[in-house]
Design a protein around this ligand. Structure first.
Ligand code: SAM
Length: 289
């Protein structure tokens, strides 16, 4: 297998010109053209020759070459059919890669893990299309997919939101969902000039390492996430009002007040002040009756 060779502006332009490739804005296409960033992603993902890796959005195959070189096997899912002949070309030397021309949001990833990794936890690595970051990540965690880690390039602001705790303006439903399932670690901030074309927003690589078991015990996971969404839907309202006004919940005012008191929270507390542990305690208290 030959060493990866695509991760620079010259080679990328050569490939794009050879195929008259036109960037599709609607697919969030910003291709990586920086070797250091590519190496950092591969090293943060800790890929070995034992690993099966799922890549989301291979583009022209720049990172796919690195993944194929480091892993046992790679499946890369690309929505843009114009990229398929390009990938056939750039990945011809890499026999351990399968490219699927599909929308990742419609792929049965559990089946991929069953077929290619005996159902064992997989590693996901991607320079994500930013317009669907949250549905991709939540789909991976909330589905039945066995996941070991997710190492991805995302919008910097989104990486921050995944990592923070209460008391910051970035803290929200995404922070709590990600932290319930995984340990987030921001690997690097990545400037716009590492991509072609340059994105208008800052980017960061984040690694999410799946918890062996959730860090809190909650009787009804789905209810906890409904409560979390209700609390952040109306950020500037009190927790009691947020829960009362939610269309996803049907607790009465008195019940809400009883639970808030039983948890030892002040009456006027806002949802944004609660930790994951406190949301779990709140949920368990609602379920206690
Ligand atoms: N991995 C390449 C790189 O780093 O140079 C390209 C990354 S680019 C930010 C995102 C890629 O995801 C594009 O190739 C785009 O066509 C693809 N994509 C966008 N939406 C997708 C979807 N729903 N399913 C699969 N791939 C998608």
């Amino acid at each position: 297998m030959i060493a990866p060779y695509l991760g620079n502006p010259k080679k990328t332009i050569e490939v794009l010109q050879k195929y008259d490739f036109v960037f599709q804005k609607k697919f969030g296409q910003n291709f990586l053209i920086d070797t250091h960033v590519l190496e950092k992603i591969i090293s943060a993902a800790e890929i070995t020759k034992d690993d099966f890796v799922l890549e989301i959005g291979p583009g022209i195959g720049t990172m796919t070459q690195y993944l194929a070189y480091a892993a046992r096997e790679v499946v890369a899912v690309e929505i843009d059919k114009a990229l398929i002949p390009i990938l056939e070309d750039t990945l011809q030397e890499y026999s351990n890669v399968t490219v699927l021309n599909e929308d990742i949001l419609k792929v049965d990833i559990k089946k991929l893990a069953d077929e290619h990794n005996n159902g064992k936890p997989i590693k996901v690595v991607a320079n994500l299309p930013y317009y669907i970051t949250t549905p991709i990540i939540m789909g991976l965690f909330e589905g039945e997919v066995p996941i070991e880690s997710i190492t991805v390039m995302v919008q910097k602001e989104v990486a921050d939101r995944m990592q923070v705790g209460p008391g910051t303006k970035e803290y929200g439903a995404l922070s709590l969902a990600v932290q319930y399932y995984a340990e987030p670690y921001i690997v690097a901030n990545v400037p716009a000039n590492c991509f072609m074309p340059r994105p208008k927003v800052g980017s960061a690589v984040i690694r999410l390492t799946r918890h062996a078991a959730p860090p809190v015990e909650v009787i009804d996971e789905k209810l906890m996430f409904r409560i979390i969404r209700a609390s952040f839907n109306q950020r500037r309202k009190t927790l009691a009002n947020g829960l009362n006004n939610s269309s996803e919940l049907s607790f009465g005012k008195e019940e809400i007040q009883r639970v808030i008191k039983a948890c030892g929270f002040p009456e006027g507390i806002r949802g944004e002040a609660l930790t994951l542990e406190q949301f779990a305690a709140l949920t368990n208290e609602f379920k206690s009756k």
